[in-house]
Design a protein around this ligand. Structure first.
Ligand code: C5P
Length: 286
């Protein structure tokens, strides 16, 4: 074996409610998350030292979550082996698609296998939660899950009916912290809307998605609204923010309808992504 390749898919939030503020300063949330076919790719090969190269050199920094994940796994396992890590970015950054978190989860899975650690899944999930609130979701094999707590409580859900997704990421990025910091207590919910969404999803359909962070995120970064307007102008029946933004998306049952909106967005000079609901992270020998 010369190395491993991990595919790290992005996520979208199909529901998102903020339930309140926790004693640790994080917010308690309830969200249904789904992985999509837009993905980063991470390769790891045996090497004397731990190194990270990225096709976006501005992301080759110590605060890249790939580094964080490699460090946490080394420290927690006591493993002193190295690895040459190469990250190929496709998922936009600070876009509400969980790209950094997906990369971190893929790093845990790939290095655990490269280093022959066989870390029990519960320990890997603990390490994931140390790295970031969204990271544990990306370790779940189903690709669709209910997220609770600050994000670390993950309940796998049965697969949803297949959907196409058209996404538009505006030039402005948004940090999750900036949105949560100004999220008003008056907008806290009790999670029943997500429960009702899940009950409706049990009947072979995907109910209309919703996201309570959107109204606050568009106040934090009003420039992100261009993405919503672009989708609507291209004929999307609605446009919803993913996570804390800045990406907006719309789901389609029919590929032709998604393709038509995607093509109109391209003609209008945007850089949309056409994706579909997809599997969770995978790791294979290369
Ligand atoms: O965990 P992560 O580093 O992704 O979170 C970034 C920031 O977003 C946190 O520092 C916190 O301010 C905010 N956050 C929150 N509640 C969550 C997740 C994130 O308040 N459930």
């Amino acid at each position: 074996m010369s190395g491993l390749e991990a595919i790290a898919p992005a996520k979208i939030n199909l529901t998102l409610e903020v339930l309140g503020k926790r004693p640790d300063g994080y917010h308690a949330i309830r969200s249904v998350m789904q992985t999509i076919t837009l993905a980063d790719r991470l390769t790891v090969t045996p090497a004397p030292d731990l190194t990270l190269r990225c096709d976006r050199p501005d992301l080759e920094t110590p605060d890249n979550l790939v580094w964080r994940a490699a460090m946490v796994l080394s420290e927690e396992s006591g493993c002193t082996l190295g690895a040459a890590m190469r990250l190929h970015k496709q998922i936009p950054v600070a876009a509400g698609l969980g790209g950094g978190s997906a990369d971190a989860a893929a790093t845990l899975l790939a290095l655990d296998r490269l280093w022959g650690l066989r870390t029990p899944p519960e320990r890997l999930a603990d390490m994931a939660a140390q790295i970031g609130s969204d990271v544990p979701f990306f370790l779940v094999a189903t690709g669709c899950a209910l997220i609770e707590g600050r994000g670390e409580r993950v309940t796998p859900l049965p697969p949803l009916p297949p959907q196409w997704v058209v996404l538009v990421t505006p030039p402005v990025g948004i940090s999750a912290g900036a949105v949560y910091r100004v999220f008003p207590p008056a907008a806290w919910q009790d999670g029943t809307r997500t429960a009702a969404w899940l009950a409706a999803a049990g009947h072979g359909q995907v109910p209309a998605p919703f996201n309570d962070l959107e109204a606050v995120a568009v106040q934090v970064a009003p420039a992100c609204i261009v993405a919503r307007e672009a989708l609507l102008a291209a004929g999307a029946p609605y446009a919803l923010m993913s996570g804390s933004g800045s990406t907006f998306f719309c789901l389609f049952q029919q590929e032709e309808a998604a393709q038509a909106v995607y093509s109109r967005l391209r003609t209008a000079g945007h850089q949309p992504v056409l994706a579909a609901f997809g599997p969770s992270a995978t790791v294979r020998d290369v």
